[in-house]
Design a protein around this ligand. Structure first.
Ligand code: DGL
Length: 269
């Protein structure tokens, strides 16, 4: 039965695990296959050409696992490769994380002023701004690349004072913009959620792209009769293009209970 097949998720590395955790909360019966391209991470400072090439290989790997849907958890890859992949792969649905995130920004903002933080490549692509303005052209979108936040999370860096200083240095860009909604346009940022609320205070909507896509994906799988309704314990499989032991060690910063990971050669796909 097609609905028992797994959801395939890929990301440039660990960050997509924050998206996977939202998928698990929303759809606890689903089997999931996760691929992290740790050998070639980060995507956030790569060219459009490379991001597309890598994303196609990532998707091809997942396709070899007989999945029912592909979710591009990576914002950078969603920005550059979503329509490219949809043209190349026609037999199963492919989702990115941008559309639903942008839609949430539009529905939440009251004053039509939205901030977006993301990797350099995502900001350069203007993808969030384009999606938001496509829905409502009256919204002002202010964008800021925050490239240091990815390594801070990935290194498990825990000096709160320094993290606060770096985040303030980035976010002060928004001080005179009166935004009431902030899009966390990068997989790693939900882990720093409390720092963002601390900086802005409670009067801001903070949008997590993983949370938003999980609701949409559930809705669509249900409509397509692809939702897994079995009561069997779901199976989660993890693959990385780099060293499996490293993946196991660092992945716990993003998602608990990952017990085994397989290393694959992504260049073969
Ligand atoms: N996963 C990426 C994103 O959401 C962040 C890490 C990277 O630059 O590869 O944009």
């Amino acid at each position: 039965m097609n609905n028992k097949k797994a959801i395939g998720i890929f990301d440039s590395g660990f960050g997509g695990l924050t998206v996977m955790s939202e998928i698990i909360k929303e759809m606890p019966n689903e089997n999931i296959i996760y691929f992290g391209d740790n050998a070639r991470t980060p995507y956030g400072n790569k060219s459009s050409k490379l991001i597309k090439k890598y994303s196609l290989q990532d998707a091809n790997f997942l396709l070899s696992k007989n999945i029912k849907v592909i979710l591009i958890a990576c914002n950078t890859s969603s920005s550059y490769a979503l329509s490219f992949l949809r043209k190349k792969i026609k037999n199963i649905p492919i989702y990115g994380v941008l559309e639903t995130g942008a839609f949430a920004c539009v529905s939440k903002t009251k004053n039509n002023k939205v901030g977006v933080i993301a990797t350099n490549a995502t900001i350069k692509s203007n993808s969030y701004s384009n999606y938001i303005k496509h829905i409502n052209n009256n919204i002002d979108v202010y964008q800021k690349a925050c490239p240091l936040l990815v390594p801070i999370v990935e290194e498990g860096f825990s000096n709160k004072k320094i993290i606060k200083e770096i985040i303030s240095e980035y976010l002060k860009f928004f001080d005179d913009k009166s935004i009431d909604t902030l899009m966390l346009g990068c997989t790693h940022y939900p882990i720093l959620f409390n720092y963002f609320t601390e900086y802005f205070g409670k009067n801001i909507n903070i949008i997590n792209s993983g949370f938003e896509i999980a609701k949409k994906l559930r809705f669509d799988l249900e409509s397509l009769d692809l939702l897994n309704i079995s009561n069997k314990k779901p199976k989660y499989s993890y693959y990385t293009s780099d060293n499996a032991d490293n993946f196991l060690e660092i992945s716990s910063l993003f998602l608990n209970n990952i017990k085994s990971t397989k290393s694959i050669n992504i260049e073969k796909y």
